[in-house]
Design a protein around this ligand. Structure first.
Ligand SMILES: Nc1nc2c(ncn2[C@@H]2O[C@H](COP(=O)(O)OP(=O)(O)O)[C@@H](O)[C@H]2O)c(=O)[nH]1
Ligand SMILES: [Mg+2]
Length: 318
């Protein structure tokens, strides 16, 4: 890696090559990379992070691609983070996403990065936050984050997003019942994509009924339901406006600050967990190595005993 100062300047000058190298170094747990992250953190621009979730095939990638085009028309520099469901066997990236985004791939004002959901210690959350910090320091805003819409990945993405879009489409996963309850509750904006299909309106009213059952105070953000069809250039402007309206809402009454505090705290906890786990593993292996010899091979007894000893040595002391 080049000198710290050169990397720093490169990031602030939006040098994509330097940014990619830095992020790779971060993933490789290079201590110098963390030093750089520490330096660029205060230089971040206040970029809106928009997380999109929803079942596979509803059109999240297509939608992001269309929203990126819209933002580019307005002159914005846009970031895209796509979470790949990397298989432990192939570690592969979703080729389809790359192709769907390819019209922006050569645009220097669009920064696209794919993240593996596994691989690095500390998991997705850490890679995700580091990538966001770098993109925000480079001045990309807004930043779209696409999840695969399943499992823990989804939760991690939504935790670091300012604005959450739940994307649904008629006929996919048979509408809202199939979604996890928690996901329905956290949406700031519901997108009914593939509005060119007949049953889109039915899905829209189902969601509206669901929203109607909740009680909102005037202080609360009232979730919106937007019909879109990137294929027919429909509803994109409306969606873009709803996303901006949510950003305006967050920027009032200190809401954004509170949200960003939560995000920063998660990063602290995540990094501490990483570090502690690392230390622990060495320590535990050491404990285990010593204890195993003269004990009966009972993992329950052993773990209880070691836990107690560990607790006395590490936790109770501090
Ligand atoms: N009919 C219709 N199909 C769409 C629309 N948007 C996306 N699709 C199709 O839906 C499929 C899945 O899209 P993709 O963006 O990969 O979905 P993702 O898995 O949610 O990212 C693709 O074949 C798209 O061409 C739309 O507005 N109308
Ligand atoms: Mg996709």
């Amino acid at each position: 890696m080049p000198k710290v100062q050169a990397i720093l300047e490169g990031i602030l000058k939006k040098d994509a090559l330097i940014a990619s190298r830095l992020l790779r170094a971060v993933d490789d747990q290079d201590p110098k990379a963390v030093e750089i992250l520490e330096k660029i953190y205060p230089k971040r621009k206040p970029s809106q992070v928009i997380g999109l979730t929803g079942p596979p095939g509803v059109g999240k990638s297509t939608l992001i691609d269309a929203l990126v085009a819209k933002e580019r028309e307005g002159g914005a520099c846009v970031g895209v983070l796509a979470i790949d469901p990397s298989s432990p066997f192939t570690g592969g990236a979703l080729l389809g996403d790359r192709i769907r985004m390819s019209r922006h791939a050569s645009d220097p004002d669009v920064f696209i990065r794919s993240l593996a959901s596994r691989g690095r210690m500390g998991g997705l959350s850490a890679s995700l936050q580091d990538s966001l910090v770098v993109m925000q320091a480079m001045g990309y805003s807004p930043i779209f984050v696409e999840t695969v819409g399943t499992g823990q990945d989804e939760v991690e993405v939504l935790r670091v997003s300012h604005t959450t879009l739940v994307v649904l489409a008629p006929g996919l996963g048979d509408s809202i019942q199939s979604l996890k309850a928690g996901i329905m509750e956290i949406a700031d904006i519901y997108v009914v994509n593939k509005a060119d299909k007949d049953s889109a309106r039915t899905l829209q009213s189902e969601i509206e009924d669901l929203i109607g059952m909740k009680v909102y105070t005037p202080e609360d953000w009232q979730p919106r339901v937007i019909l879109t069809s990137p294929a027919y250039n429909q509803g994109l402007k409306e969606l873009q406006e709803a996303i901006k309206a949510h950003w305006t809402y967050l920027n009032q009454a200190g809401r954004r600050r509170r949200k960003e505090e939560q995000i920063a705290k998660q990063l602290v906890v995540g990094r501490l967990q990483d570090g502690i786990l690392h230390l622990l593993e060495a320590k535990l292996n050491h404990l285990l190595g010593g204890a195993w010899k003269d004990e009966i091979l009972n993992p329950y007894t052993m773990s209880n005993k070691l836990f107690e000893r560990f607790k006395q040595q590490v936790v109770d002391e501090t």
